[in-house]
Design a protein around this ligand. Structure first.
Ligand code: NDP
Length: 343
């Protein structure tokens, strides 16, 4: 169904109700309890914070993957310490968030011992935003970086004649004294695949430079970019090289397939992709003692004073505060989900 925010109409749902609703739908699709719970928390957090392209909009994709047996909703991830700071996780064809949750204790142990952890997840489907995982590390005082080899070949770098990269996102989170963590998270393409689909569904064109048609010419029609062409990396060759790094680390180094390999094996119509994810988690105390969050706050204060008034996370945290008071706006997607769960 078309997405239309119900703001103004006044209908609201609480975060807990939304989590229960999504969890119920995923359980009905065959996901086991801990998996359904992790995915529902992630999805509801995105919806609450206004990241609608990764909120309830995604439930259908999860249900589809579970229904086809393409992803295992009851996978039990295998966590091993491959060396001092190196944590390897085999997601066993399950989802990435439960795989990371299963590794949390091992990661905390590695950070205590070594001051940092490299977390390499393979054989796990990631179908959401990266910031929820990254923000939770920052809330426990750690700096975190994350990247995903996207799984769906969607990006044509300058000079290439075919889609070779996923929209391969990269994210960063750091604690800041007396403030919410600073968190950013973006696709290395000009636009995320979800947003491109939303543009197509809503009949909107995309700005010049977003992507190319089948002949490699600049194209503003999202339907053509999706069907015949591809998205461009952001920042020309620089975004393309970041994406190359993400394929190297999140796929090559974790033991997952490269985007083109995964896309080639996915069944027609697959929504979630069995990819690799790499996280680097750092205890900042090992670098600059207890003063680090204060230094970040100083940096942010200086930037705001210089006129960079919009910091990453500002929009999401504002939406979250509002949702905590007023509830989450009920969209058509949420109504449809309610119908499926009660019917
Ligand atoms: P956006 O462009 O929506 O946002 C990028 C980041 O920049 C956000 O952290 C945002 O903060 C911040 N930001 C936005 N505008 C400004 C500004 N003017 N000044 C300072 N900061 C700003 O990201 P994308 O559309 O590229 O990606 C959307 C999501 O898609 C990401 O969460 C990504 O993880 C996800 N994704 C997932 C994939 C997967 O395989 N699982 C593949 C590709 C993308 P704020 O949050 O406050 O708006």
């Amino acid at each position: 169904p078309a997405r239309s925010a119900a703001e103004g109409l006044g209908e609201r749902i609480s975060f807990e109700e939304l989590v229960a609703l999504i969890e119920g739908r995923l359980r009905a699709a065959g996901a086991c309890e801990p998996v359904a719970r992790e995915l529902a928390l992630n999805c509801a957090s995105c919806e609450r914070d206004g990241t609608l392209s990764h909120g309830v909009f995604r439930v259908r994709g999860y249900v589809d993957s579970l229904g086809r047996g393409w992803a295992d909703g009851c996978a039990e991830p295998e966590v091993e310490r491959a060396g001092g700071a190196f944590v390897r996780v085999d997601g066993r064809n399950g989802f990435s968030q439960p795989a990371l949750a299963a590794a949390r204790e091992e990661i905390a142990e590695a950070v205590r011992e070594a001051g940092a952890a490299v977390v390499a997840i393979r054989d796990a489907h990631h179908f959401s935003a990266l910031w929820p995982e990254l923000e939770s590390f920052a809330r426990s005082g750690l700096v975190a970086l994350g990247m995903i080899a996207g799984g769906k070949a969607a990006v044509i770098p300058p000079g290439a004649r075919q889609r070779v990269f996923g929209t391969n996102p990269f994210g960063f989170a750091t604690p800041a004294a007396d403030a919410d963590p600073v968190v950013f998270d973006f696709a290395t393409s000009t636009m995320s695949h979800g947003d491109l689909q939303l543009h197509r569904n809503e009949g909107r064109s995309v700005p010049p430079g977003t992507g190319v048609d089948g002949d490699g010419e600049d194209c503003m029609d999202p339907a053509v970019i999706l069907a015949e062409g591809g998205l461009s990396p952001f920042g020309g060759h620089k975004g393309a090289l970041l994406s190359l790094m993400i394929e190297t680390l999140a796929a090559g180094l974790t033991g997952a397939g490269f985007t083109v390999e995964i896309d080639a094996e996915a069944p027609a119509g697959a929504h979630t992709f069995r990819t690799g994810q790499l996280y680097i988690v750092i205890d900042p105390k090992r670098g600059s003692g207890d003063g680090f969050p204060g230094r970040v706050a100083e940096l942010v204060g200086m930037l705001r004073e210089a006129g960079m008034s919009r910091m990453p996370g500002d929009r999401r945290y504002a939406r979250r505060r509002r949702a905590e008071v007023e509830g989450i706006p009920v969209t058509d997607d949420i109504r449809a989900l309610r119908g499926e769960v009660s019917g």
